[in-house]
Design a protein around this ligand. Structure first.
Ligand code: GLU
Length: 331
């Protein structure tokens, strides 16, 4: 076994490019606002660029009007992005080129297994199934390919997360060969996200810690495609009183665009920043400028989940456990 991905080097702040990459599955709630504010501040504190990408590959989960609603909310919260918005549904050619590169190097293989067929496999730390390798050496007789998976072999990924500290993942034991082209004909999130970040020159990914265990897969794909990895910072995920990640399924309330200052202050406190009391009555621009100047990533609690009192619905629903259970991210 080899340690293939050391990702600890310093980066020159003048070249900083960050991004916010929401999926248009509904309006922004407090959890997504925290990710937007964290990535925005990390970029602006060093005078960097901050890009907006709409991750709409998973069509059935996309909600009409959500993209416009997210854009309007970001504008109301003073979160001004740079350049043109990238939309993943327009980027198929770039994903295909990356996929064909993997194919040419025999890094991917067709897989006939349905979700039900791998349902008995071992369970990965994120709750998904570890692929048992059924089609790795060729499709079983009489079966046709549904999806394509990338080989992970014995790859071990190590990286230094700027918030969560040193990370190490043995992909063979913890994930298994994972899907890069899905049975529904879409490129998988894991491939699309690294292709898009590389194309935009993203140097720093700041996002929710629900994606921490996707990062090993992304570093593996970057290595296979010869892409220099960005630095990563995974922010604690906001959970409600029942310990559920805020999401549409847990009926998280949309943030109130009419009171952006209060939500900003709540987000700053959640991220361990220490806004002074006088900001309670300050304008949005004053709060934002204070936050840009005083941003301190070292103050963010190194936790995967954390509760925040305002904006969090207190009615437990039959909802989603606070794990990475999004079907886009399953192996
Ligand atoms: N689109 C993903 C989400 O909304 C975020 C992807 C990323 O930041 O890498 O959870």
């Amino acid at each position: 076994m080899t340690d293939r991905n050391a990702n600890t080097g310093p980066r020159h702040s003048a070249g900083y490019i960050g991004r916010f990459a929401p999926s248009p599955t509904g309006p922004l709630h407090f959890g997504s606002l925290v990710a937007a504010i964290g990535s925005y501040l990390d970029a602006r504190h060093v005078g960097g660029r901050w890009l907006l990408r709409i991750e709409d590959l998973d069509r059935p989960r996309c909600v009409p009007g959500a993209t416009e609603s997210i854009m309007t909310t970001l504008a109301h919260f003073g979160l001004d992005w740079d350049g043109d918005i990238v939309t993943q549904s327009q980027r198929e050619e770039a994903y295909r080129a990356a996929f064909e590169h993997l194919q040419a190097n025999a890094e991917v293989f067709p897989c006939a297994c349905s979700r039900r067929e791998i349902a008995d496999s071992a369970i990965a730390p994120d709750g998904s199934r570890i692929y048992p390798g059924t089609c790795r050496n060729g499709l079983p007789q009489g079966r046709t390919a549904r999806a394509w998976r990338v080989r992970v072999d014995d790859a071990i990924v190590v990286f230094e997360d700027r918030v969560q500290g040193p990370q190490r993942e043995c992909l063979g034991d913890e994930v298994g060969d994972f899907v890069v082209f899905r049975a529904d004909g879409q490129y998988a999130y894991q491939l699309a996200v690294i292709v898009d970040d590389a194309a935009a020159g993203v140097t720093d990914v700041v996002r929710g810690a629900d994606l921490l265990n996707s990062t090993g897969r992304q570093l593996h794909l970057q290595r296979l495609l010869g892409i220099t990895p960005p630095r990563y910072a995974h922010l604690p995920v906001v959970v409600n009183a029942a310990g559920e990640k805020l999401s549409k399924q847990t009926l998280a309330a949309a943030v109130d665009p009419l009171d952006p200052g209060a939500a900003w202050l709540a987000a700053l406190r959640f991220l361990g920043q220490n806004p002074p009391d006088e900001l309670e009555t300050a304008t949005l621009a004053t709060i934002r400028d204070w936050a840009v100047r005083h941003w301190n990533i070292a103050a963010i609690p190194a936790r995967i989940h954390s509760q925040a009192s305002p904006f969090v619905p207190h009615t437990p629903t039959a909802g989603v456990p606070a794990t990475n259970d999004d079907p886009r991210r399953q192996t």
